[in-house]
Design a protein around this ligand. Structure first.
Ligand SMILES: *[C@@H]1O[C@H](CO)[C@@H](O)[C@H](O)[C@H]1NC(C)=O
Ligand SMILES: *[C@@H]1O[C@H](CO)[C@@H](O)[C@H](O)[C@H]1NC(C)=O
Ligand SMILES: *[C@@H]1O[C@H](CO)[C@@H](O)[C@H](O)[C@H]1NC(C)=O
Ligand SMILES: *[C@@H]1O[C@H](CO)[C@@H](O)[C@H](O)[C@H]1NC(C)=O
Ligand SMILES: *[C@@H]1O[C@H](CO)[C@@H](O)[C@H](O)[C@H]1NC(C)=O
Ligand SMILES: *[C@@H]1O[C@H](CO)[C@@H](O)[C@H](O)[C@H]1NC(C)=O
Ligand SMILES: *[C@@H]1O[C@H](CO)[C@@H](O)[C@H](O)[C@H]1NC(C)=O
Length: 423
């Protein structure tokens, strides 16, 4: 902002040591100056990517400067080193291009006449506080880019409507908002969905108590992380924290549409991948169509669920599974049907499913049995032998076999139970 040029009494941080982790109005930093968190884990400053000279204000791991975890102006680069980060008169954090004389980005929090200060915390969170009330006015953790750090959330604040989600970079050289998004689908039984534009690409599967249905690996690194799932009147969200002494870690949605959980291995100075999704062919959304089931270990990965046959046998034979499967024998109207038990699956898409948390599995079965439109049910929470109830009323989409998967009960005509179908 022009004011910065014309008011010589403003304090530039350069005169202080470079190890500061916070700014108080009217201090500011220019391109080349950084804030460093108390114990040196994160740095905030200006950077460029690849061969480009565009400048972005961001936060990165001190030990891994290429690993940027947050960016203020991802869609509005500054074209040379004329960027300045300051606290504006109304208490907001503001990024200005002093050459162009415009505001490139600002924190857009509630305006205040109280003094404010911004601090880069050890968690990587950049927090703007009101110094009188000590209340948080704005924090970078509420505005994720492509990286999910311990302490952040993915989900929705039901009170304000604000959503926490990830958006990939456009390319590895360009942090602009890319095509992939990783967002919480809070309808039905909540799960995280990766989108490519408006097309579903991958689902984590719904939250089943301690982990997501489609990520059994989560139980293998519970010594390093704690996972939180919140469902109350304020918010529906998923988050995680690192256990004390755990190595730095992050979850990143990369520009090829893969979400990775990475842990920093200090002695080799590189990131180790603990998990990535989609992990195989079967993780791609609706790989085998409606009422199909995917088995990554089978010669032909798609088959129809018990009691169902390919809608188009010719296409199915040609490995085009998009039309999925249809019932072989229609359900009789006289309740002449039962449930076929499929073990070890990632539960089908729960977007339109109905969840009841207080009933048990037997009551769930009764409900599904006596409602003609119900096509399948399963436990909503797998802890303590299973409780709660998820019921599906339309196509079962994106079911796959997975190690450590759930039990799914599929409604079929009585005559189908006990017969086997190989395709
Ligand atoms: C910095 O590290 C020291 C020593 O490990 C620890 O006592 C202190 O709590 C850390 N500070 C922060 C802000 O994490
Ligand atoms: C920014 O770029 C303009 C035009 O290319 C140049 O005149 C100006 O000196 C540059 N400013 C800085 C701080 O590099
Ligand atoms: C600032 O926030 C308000 C309220 O959320 C919103 O209406 C407005 O568009 C925002 N302004 C900018 C520049 O983002
Ligand atoms: C979330 O909470 C609401 C209100 O308590 C409840 O009705 C709903 O079933 C819950 N959803 C899940 C998936 O637990
Ligand atoms: C994204 O992650 C996958 C899985 O680790 C990797 O194969 C791919 O190269 C990554 N893409 C980019 C652009 O880094
Ligand atoms: C790095 O440290 C781990 C244990 O912390 C050890 O198992 C591994 O061999 C070490 N790797 C190298 C290259 O030193
Ligand atoms: C079956 O369940 C659905 C969803 O809860 C409900 O809308 C419908 O009325 C039920 N049908 C009957 C016959 O109970």
């Amino acid at each position: 902002m022009r004011i910065l040029f014309f008011l010589p009494f403003l304090l530039n941080l350069l005169s202080n040591s470079s190890a500061l982790d916070s700014l108080k109005g009217p201090q500011y930093i220019t391109d080349g100056q950084n804030l460093i968190s108390a114990n040196d884990t994160f740095q905030l400053g200006f950077f460029s990517t690849g061969a480009s000279t565009n400048r972005f204000l961001g936060i990165w791991f001190n030990e891994a400067p290429q690993t940027v975890v947050w960016i203020a102006n991802r869609d509005r680069p500054i074209y040379n080193s004329s960027g300045v980060l300051s606290i504006s008169e109304n208490g907001n954090l503001e990024l200005t291009d002093t050459y162009m004389g415009n505001t490139v980005w600002f924190s857009n929090s509630t305006y205040t006449t109280n003094p404010t200060s911004v601090q880069l915390l050890e968690s990587g969170n950049l927090v703007l506080r009101d110094l009188i009330t000590n209340g948080i006015l704005w924090q970078s953790f509420d505005w994720p880019t492509n990286t999910f750090l311990p302490g952040m959330k993915i989900g929705k604040n039901l009170k304000t409507g604000h959503e926490w989600s990830l958006a990939s970079w456009l390319t590895s050289d360009n942090p602009e908002n890319g095509k992939y998004h990783y967002t919480m689908d809070w309808q039905g039984s909540p799960e995280i969905v990766m989108w490519y534009g408006t097309t579903k690409r991958y689902r984590t599967g719904s939250w089943i108590g301690l982990r997501f249905s489609g990520i059994p690996e989560m139980s293998t690194y519970q010594d390093m992380f704690s996972f939180y799932f919140t469902n109350n009147s304020d918010e529906i969200s998923f988050g995680y924290s690192s256990k004390p002494g755990a190595l730095p870690s992050r979850v990143t949605l990369n520009e090829s549409g893969v979400v990775q959980r990475l842990v920093w291995v200090q002695n080799i100075s590189s990131w180790s991948t603990f998990w990535s999704g989609p992990r195989d062919q079967c993780d791609y959304y609706s790989k085998c169509g409606a009422f199909g089931v995917c088995n990554a270990n089978a010669a032909t990965i798609c088959s129809c669920l018990q009691g169902f046959v390919p809608k188009s046998p010719i296409n199915w034979y040609m490995r085009d599974n998009s039309q999925g499967c249809v019932r072989r024998v229609e359900l009789g109207g006289d309740k002449a049907y039962g449930f076929y038990v499929v073990k070890g699956v990632k539960l089908p898409d729960t977007h339109s499913a109905i969840v009841e948390t207080i009933i048990n599995l037997d009551q769930c079965r009764e409900k599904c049995l006596h409602n003609y439109s119900c096509v399948a049910y399963s436990a909503a929470d797998t802890r303590n032998g299973g409780s709660g109830c998820i019921m599906w009323f339309d196509n079962l989409v994106d079911t796959r076999f997975i190690d450590g998967g759930q039990v799914l009960y599929i409604k079929v005509a009585q005559s189908e139970i006990g017969t086997f179908l190989y395709l």
